[in-house]
Design a protein around this ligand. Structure first.
Ligand SMILES: *Cc1c(COP(=O)(O)O)cnc(C)c1O
Length: 373
């Protein structure tokens, strides 16, 4: 007997696209029989996390039977001091994607417009649509940068919520402090501004990157800034991110839709340990920025169009179906992310890895494209 659960689902759900998370290293190894896997598809930190995090995991064993602290008090306190905000202005999440979902659940529904970029981080689109909201996408300029005028015009129409990635995933481009101030000026007090700074630690190496929290303080408009431990801090496998809001009332609303124990004990301990070794994170970011610039230069010298990047990845126009090229790379053990959004099917996003993996990528790309790189 076949069941028809789709008929029972809320209408929004069957219409949602599946999140494109890519293949695991084990799956690639099994499918292609390759010995070495270069994980360049998920913007992870190839240098990993601080040894202090690994050491802290040893203390975890005796805490396994107990529920974690539902309010993440210790981590919340440290983050509040770090950012100069009140602890009540913070929300912790099972990755920052958890907070993106909370924001959509608390603030969006039928009849609401959510504004974001095309191409964008998939969940900035999927969660609003899950709630029945309409998503409006702002296009890039022809040279793969943010379009300030188009964004200001769209913000003046007062969408319910705007996801502003700075820098962008997947493109890598960024809003400068000056541009961000103009966005803020254009925004309506009836729009919740959500600034996703997943790559802030990398972007701080690019001149002009804003101190967003400072610009938002006292702006008189509702805002949330999202940060994550998944990228520069090297904790993607443990899932922890956070949001800073302009006021405690916004956080209180998110707490109503949040699952009570959303950040597990391992994640809380790891984030605290990682923050105690900021120097490790800074060194790995510096190494990645150097590698990124060298790889971008090599690709551009070979005639490829590569977007400017303030992140730990590069977004490039291959001039042919990127899914086919990515498949060829996968057969050589190199995981990348071919972009699937309309208008971007010829674009590939590659994370910056260790020097030897970046070389492997360039050589494999040359072999798949059939030209020197
Ligand atoms: C990676 C990423 C996130 C989410 O990371 P989590 O692992 O859920 O913390 C959020 N936003 C953007 C733009 C990202 O690239």
């Amino acid at each position: 007997m076949t069941v028809n659960s789709a008929a029972l689902a809320r209408a929004e759900v069957p219409a949602l696209p599946a999140y494109n998370a890519g293949l695991s290293s084990d799956a690639v190894r099994a499918r292609y029989g390759v010995a070495h896997i270069a994980r360049l598809g998920s913007n992870e930190n190839p240098y990993g996390c601080s040894p202090r995090v690994v050491a802290a995991m040893g203390d975890l064993a005796r805490q396994i039977p107990y529920y974690p602290d539902a309010s993440c008090s210790a981590l919340r306190e440290v983050l509040a001091v770090r950012h100069g905000v009140q602890p009540e202005q913070l929300v912790l999440g099972n990755g920052s994607e958890d907070i993106i979902q909370m924001l959509c659940q608390a603030f969006t529904g039928h009849g609401d417009v959510v504004l974001t970029q095309r191409p964008s981080f998939g969940l900035h689109e999927i969660y609003p649509r899950m709630m029945g909201a309409t998503v409006e996408l702002v296009a890039l300029t022809a040279d793969l940068e943010f379009d300030l005028a188009a964004w200001c015009a769209a913000l003046q129409r007062a969408p319910k919520l705007a996801f502003i990635s700075n820098p962008s995933n997947p493109v890598g481009c960024m809003w400068t402090a000056e541009q961000f101030a103009q966005l803020l000026q254009a925004a309506s007090p009836d729009t919740l501004l959500v600034v996703d700074e997943a790559y802030v630690e990398y972007a701080q190496h690019t001149p002009g990157y804003p101190d967003t929290l400072a610009l938002l303080q006292g702006c008189g408009k509702p805002w949330v800034v999202l940060r994550t431990f998944s990228k520069a801090w090297g904790l993607a496998g443990l899932r922890v991110g956070y949001g800073v809001a302009g006021d405690a009332a916004t956080i209180a609303l998110l707490d109503r839709v949040r699952t009570p124990f959303n950040v597990n004990q391992a994640a809380q301990i790891a984030a605290l340990a990682a923050l105690k070794d900021e120097a490790f994170m800074r060194r790995s970011v510096q190494a990645t920025v150097t590698e990124r610039d060298a790889l971008a230069q090599r690709l551009r010298a070979a005639g490829l169009r590569v977007a400017s990047s303030a992140t730990n990845f590069l977004f490039m126009d291959l001039g042919q179906d990127a899914a086919v090229v990515a498949e060829g790379l996968l057969a050589q053990g190199i995981i990348t992310k071919p972009w699937k959004e309309p208008g971007f099917s010829q674009f590939l996003r590659v994370s910056v890895g260790l020097a030897e993996d970046n070389k492997r990528f360039a050589l494999a790309l040359a072999s798949v494209l059939g030209r020197p790189i």
